[in-house]
Design a protein around this ligand. Structure first.
Ligand code: CO
Length: 134
């Protein structure tokens, strides 16, 4: 059921500084910033040969990233995104196995214009998991 890693997301307190570190320090290609108000985040993607790193900055006061950065002022790894072929089938299989889906359980459109879901970190060894249908 599970496919490749689509991206690893890192919450950052200073997006420009993080972009500069990846561009100048690591020689990476970084996408233009994109605002996702429904998810409460501004994102850029660091393009890698085999995957992507998503840099996340809070957008709006109710952003889920605000609390995360309060606990991790230097930033930190926020979630891992796995690709799945059929997100509703994946959700149904996971919930049948006892895993919890965040929110109302219905997929939302993510940064790549594709359906995404988030799974409770307590069910995945303390790591927030995103599923993206590709
Ligand atoms: Co993500």
């Amino acid at each position: 059921m599970i496919g490749r890693i689509n991206h690893i997301a890192i919450a950052v307190p200073d997006l420009d500084a993080a972009i500069e570190r990846y561009r100048s320090g690591l020689g990476a290609t970084v996408s233009a910033p994109q605002d996702l108000p429904e998810h409460g985040v501004r994102v850029v993607f660091v393009e890698l040969e085999n995957s992507k790193v998503e840099l996340l900055l809070p957008l709006g006061e109710n952003s889920p990233i605000v609390g995360f950065l309060a606990k991790n002022p230097d930033g930190g790894m926020h979630h891992i995104c796995f690709e799945v072929a059929d997100i509703k089938a994946a959700r149904d299989r996971l919930t049948a196995s006892g895993a919890r889906v965040l929110g109302d359980g219905s997929p939302k459109i993510g940064a790549h214009g594709k359906p995404v879901l988030f799974l409770h970190p307590k069910d995945f060894s303390g790591t927030l998991i995103e599923l993206e249908q590709v």
